[in-house]
Ligand binder design. Sequence first.
Ligand SMILES: Cc1cc2nc3c(=O)[nH]c(=O)nc-3n(C[C@H](O)[C@H](O)[C@H](O)COP(=O)(O)OP(=O)(O)OC[C@H]3O[C@@H](n4cnc5c(N)ncnc54)[C@H](O)[C@@H]3O)c2cc1C
Length: 507
Amino acid sequence: MLLISDIKLKIDHDESDLRRKIEKILHHKLNSFEIVKRSLDARKEPLYVYTVLVDIADEDRYLSRNIRKYHKPDLKPEYLKRNETCIIGGYGPSGIFAAYRLMEAGYRVIVFEKGKRIKERQKDVERFFTDGILDENSNVQFGEGGAGTFSDAKLTTRIKDPYIDYILDIFIRHGAAKQIKYVNHAHIGTDEVRKVIADITDYLVSKGVEFHFEEEISDLLLSDDRTIKGVKTAKDTYYCDHLLLGIGHSAYKTVQMLKEKGVFIEKKDIAVGFRVEHDQKLIDERQTSSLIEEANEYFLRYKGEKGVYSFCMCPGGMVIPAMSDNNTIVTNGMSYAARDSGVANSAILIQITKDEFTDGYDYLHALENKAYAYSGSYKALSQNIADFINGDLKELIFPSTYPLGTVLYDFNNFFSASDLQIIKEALKDFDHKIPGFIASGIMVGPETRSSSPVRIKRNADYESINTPRLYPMGEGAGYGGGIMSCALDGIRIANGLIFNYGKVSEN
Ligand SMILES: Cc1cc2nc3c(=O)[nH]c(=O)nc-3n(C[C@H](O)[C@H](O)[C@H](O)COP(=O)(O)OP(=O)(O)OC[C@H]3O[C@@H](n4cnc5c(N)ncnc54)[C@H](O)[C@@H]3O)c2cc1C
């Protein structure tokens, strides 16, 4: 294959213009081509710059500075009838992609997910967003697709790994737009990602993967030397050779069960804060990409005595109630594919180190309960950012997108004195970077579930360090954060099993 880089086109072009341009470069008619990368050159007149892959005979005659040979790795695993059963607990990105890969390699795969399938889950989430009736097993955190299903489904990651393309190809095969492979800051949007995930599940079912929705793993079966033999649910006992657990950061009950079974778990740092909302125009005004259809995001970071940063920014999105426990308030953000709400939101988080708490879940629950106690309902806490800085509490300068309504609250009562000072310094710094960030913004919160407060420690073979054949994965295990890194973690674990297949089964 040939990799052709530095192909420049004006902003208002379509795919046929790109095809014609490649054909002109090669002096050859194309059957097909694949876009590998598209970036924006906004130095003068804005241009898109493409890198594309072309399958063509007699490659050597085309080689030049911008045209080189490329060998696309085939990452599909070898299919063997493998005489082993893998149980997967949790069907978020880590569970989905581990199941996909293990199925492709020929394992018997059984998936347990405590939440419901997307269609039913969506009804529960919508009922919560409108009536405030929370189902603790079917919500923004729990159910088919995991935590990223009601999200912006941003696919950004800093990880460089050939399996990133493998994951994106699977998303595309099941209905996601092709652009996710080549635009900067790709996102799918909650409306689209729900269809993609449901399609993946149907496909896995057609390939023999066994699914148990609304069935929570409630206990482990261990042999005398602590090796995993199987799991228990309220319905039955199931045996397996390997147990892959991708339970997410909100599975407090399951983590408690693992602790009681003696699985080695340690504390880790977390972050807490609130969402900020601004008119999307304020964010667009400072970015060249507002000229075109690319997302207008921001990434803010302040290095004071502790780190403060923006997280999971949702352009044209909404702030949502993301709790999974009654009598708590947790906010997060999501966007539809069109990102057209006109309001930008993002979390602003301050780092909390593990020395600052005894039990991370208790620490977070205390904050979430405190917010609920003040609100007296699932209405979120809110304040103008300027009022927070000045210790004032006036009516919001515009209403929040949070669907259950908000109550005014002085966030000066939420953080410790030292954290307050750092957060305020950070907000002033962000205001220099985005003028109007303070005067034109509101805060809504709290946001407490950005990562897991524990790490279920594993060894170099991705196994729990004291429970053989247990493979903790993804965000809940403390080995991922975000859709792509958790999906990748699931694949890493599946690959560990696939590549060790003969050796493991002889033990
Ligand atoms: C509102 C929101 C918006 C987000 N937006 C983005 C975004 O735009 N981009 C991005 O990269 N990331 C985003 N994230 C983060 C991302 O969703 C997570 O990092 C990712 O989903 C974690 O994947 P996971 O597989 O580790 O676990 P999860 O996705 O959390 O899935 C875990 C699953 O395990 C199930 N489970 C738990 N315990 C058990 C048990 N005992 N038995 C059976 N099942 C169990 C749960 O029901 C859940 O479905 C967002 C998260 C939220 C909540």
